[in-house]
Design a protein around this ligand. Structure first.
Ligand SMILES: O=C[C@H](O)COP(=O)(O)O
Ligand SMILES: CC(=O)C(=O)O
Length: 254
């Protein structure tokens, strides 16, 4: 049985691991994702950058029911359809086109489209999309850039990704328009290559702790009024509310 799409990508949890399989075979995505889940990161984006990536999504969806698996680097309508068929519960793209937005809507799976300029944010808001990926986060301006967008573009919420690590994740998560961050820092290529799943689990646990601590700190700073930081539910989503209860991956997102 294929699990339902999630209602909001940004509500999945404060840290979204981004998996780039490289030479790793699709079957090995299963122990890899199990290690992430064991460490406390249940929502996982598998990028469609390698030949076996759709198959990896399919295996994880079928064999790791505790994971909430999505597909990243979705560039075309065809990939959106294939990812949905494989069991992806959300889609992520480094950018967006109107064709891709329409295709994602047709699949019923929410798409987190990528932006890196104010005009792109405005164009998405105009199309009713409020949840976005900020990519490539560090190269495009980092936390200072996103902080500068918060006041003029209060309707947008971001998952910055690209160049983020344990040293910078909390700086992003402290921003009012950032409920979660994405990254691959808990998946060092050498650990994946040598199938060192214990190390991946350990790094995932540290990342989950870091995310939870950043959330707790921000909630304390805002007097508990952090609800506005979560996704607004106006993504390119499913027409509302599918997927229900098990969305919170590794603790509540703001
Ligand atoms: O989505 C983009 C990346 O593959 C993840 O970025 P990163 O490897 O710099 O963390
Ligand atoms: C950046 C990218 O490829 C993605 O996460 O979709």
């Amino acid at each position: 049985m294929t699990a339902d799409p999630v209602p909001s990508v940004l509500a999945l949890g404060p840290v979204l691991p981004v998996v780039v399989l490289g030479e790793t075979r699709p079957a090995e995505a299963v122990p890899l994702v199990r290690a992430l889940v064991a460490g406390g990161l249940r929502a996982v984006e598998i990028t469609l950058r390698t030949e076996g990536a759709v198959e990896a999504v399919r295996r994880v969806a079928a064999e790791v029911p505790r994971a909430v698996v999505g597909a990243g680097t979705v560039l075309t309508p065809e990939q959106a359809v294939a990812a949905r068929a494989a069991g992806a519960r959300f889609l992520v793209s480094p950018g967006w086109t109107d064709r891709l937005l329409a295709a994602a809507r047709d699949t019923g799976v929410p798409l987190l489209p990528g932006v890196s300029t104010a005009s792109e944010v405005m164009a998405l808001l105009e199309r009713g999309v409020a949840e976005m990926k900020f990519f490539p986060a560090r190269a495009a301006g980092g936390p200072a850039y996103l902080r500068a967008l918060a006041s003029p573009l209060p309707g947008a919420r971001f998952c910055p990704t690209g160049g983020i690590g344990p040293d910078s994740a909390a700086d992003y998560l402290a921003l009012p328009n950032v409920p979660c961050v994405g990254g691959s820092w808990m998946l060092p290529p050498d650990a994946v290559r040598t199938r060192d799943w214990d190390r991946v689990e350990h790094l995932a646990r540290e990342a989950a702790r870091l995310g939870a601590a950043a959330v707790a700190e921000t909630v304390a700073d805002t007097g508990g009024g952090a609800e506005g930081r979560t996704g607004s539910g106006t993504g390119t989503g499913t027409g509302g509310g599918t997927g229900g209860g098990d969305v919170s991956a590794g603790g509540p997102c703001r």
